[in-house]
Write a protein of this length. Structure first.
Length: 422
């Protein structure tokens, strides 16, 4: 992962939402919605959801006959007619796309379908007075390391739509989507959810329907993930990985812990270890152990609120190499920490606690490393950190955790910056 991964999510950080955690206090009246890609898997799940709530739909696609056979009685049009059929619509749900699995896809065709057409559609919608444009994207497109045609074109579309003023642009970002109507396939993807994030077409449909009822509030990105519990093997695997890591460090690097402890004692007066109360899962307090990197008497504050002059010589090295966190193997063995998770905060970091409470972050066990850390985000911006923690909650899986661990071992990210001066 790169330090600037997914930067556009913070162009409107306050408008970032996740699944259904945002309170639906007010509802926006919606009577007519235009839907492209109506015959696709997501379209076939979204449209019945809209019809069930009494919304009038205008459906668009390449084959009017196919759409009419799926949704008899609905208003069906060819894609070429859409600019003339937008008057009176309250929103456009743009589901049409070219994926990587299309054999004949070329860069030109991918850009035409995934960038040029939706961009033109959003501008037509604005001219016709349509207040909202909702389009689908994938978590693949949010990773700058993913250079597939789909990912590249979806990133380009998101960036260009952000420049379209006068219309509420909503990007719904989902992981792997599976068809909930296929029973055995559905069971398979639910089981796979521990290895890789997944979501059903019915869950996507519910999220989009909820989004329609929200009053327009400016451009935003809505990251969604599965609402069903992660398979039990995910918790078993992460627990096993935590224990294996802790025991391996104690057995294989016990000598290193001893040498560091001696170096800390020789470098400055005071104990080798530093204990500090932190807030863990379900907001339970616990004692977090580290090698001492600051002078005795330094106030118990968040690192970004501490002066650089308080850091000892050996402490600066330990913090830079993250070796100061080795004693947290004790917290791993006590199941107070996990290898990967949100960074545990101090009880007096009230703003961060409030932000995490609002986003359900405390439902997870905190970690020694995490998505925010490897992307260089520290505790100096509580709202931004909580948003990244929430995003990790949506995307966490064994595959994702291993990617974060690899990024950590490769030296990605950094710890909280200390204040310069005295």
């Amino acid at each position: 992962m790169k330090a600037d991964i997914w930067p556009r999510l913070f162009r409107n950080a306050g408008n970032f939402t996740f699944c259904d955690r945002t309170p639906q206090e007010r509802h926006f009246s919606v009577t007519t919605v235009a839907v492209t890609g109506a015959s696709g898997r997501v379209g076939q799940a979204v449209i019945p959801e809209l019809l069930a709530t009494g919304i009038d739909v205008r459906l668009f696609g390449r084959s009017k006959e196919r759409i009419q056979s799926i949704f008899p009685g609905c208003s069906v049009h060819h894609n070429s007619e859409i600019s003339h059929q937008l008057s009176g619509c309250d929103a456009i749900i743009h589901l049409a796309t070219i994926n990587n699995d299309v054999d004949s896809v070329t860069e030109e065709s991918a850009r035409r379908v995934n960038v040029d057409w939706p961009l033109q559609l959003a501008r037509h919608a604005r001219e016709k007075g349509v207040p909202r444009f909702i389009f689908m994207s994938s978590t693949h497109a949010l990773d700058p390391d993913n250079q597939s045609l789909y990912a590249q074109t979806k990133r380009e579309l998101a960036n260009r739509l952000a420049e379209v003023a006068g219309i509420d642009i909503v990007e719904v970002v989902a992981p792997k989507i599976y068809d909930h109507r296929q029973r055995w396939t559905s069971v398979f993807w639910k089981l796979l959810g521990g290895l890789k994030p997944t979501i059903s077409t019915s869950a996507v449909a519910s999220v989009i329907a909820d989004e329609l009822r929200r009053p327009p509030s400016g451009p935003r990105v809505k990251l969604i993930s599965s609402s069903h519990p992660r398979p039990r093997y995910y918790d078993m695997a992460t627990t096993g990985l935590d224990y294996v890591a802790a025991i391996s460090i104690l057995i294989g690097f016990g000598w290193l812990l001893l040498l560091i402890a001696i170096a800390v004692r020789l470098d400055s007066p005071g104990p080798a270890l530093f204990r500090q109360e932190r807030v863990g899962r379900n907001q339970a307090k616990f004692i977090c152990w580290k090698f001492r990197t600051m002078r005795v008497g330094t106030a118990h504050r968040a690192t970004h609120e501490t002066c650089a002059s308080s850091v000892t010589r050996i402490g600066a090295f330990l913090r830079r190499t993250k070796l100061d966190e080795l004693p947290q193997v004790v917290n791993l063995l006590k199941r107070e920490l996990s290898l990967v998770g949100p960074r545990p905060c101090l009880p007096n970091q009230r703003k961060l606690i409030q932000e995490r409470q609002a986003r359900g972050v405390f439902e997870m066990r905190p970690g020694i490393t995490g998505l925010a850390q490897v992307n260089g985000i520290d505790m100096s911006d509580p709202a931004r950190l909580a948003i990244w923690d929430e995003r990790y909650s949506a995307l966490r899986s064994l595959q994702f955790d291993l990617k974060i661990l690899l990024s950590t071992f490769l030296g990605k990210g950094r710890g909280d910056k200390v204040l310069h001066g005295n």
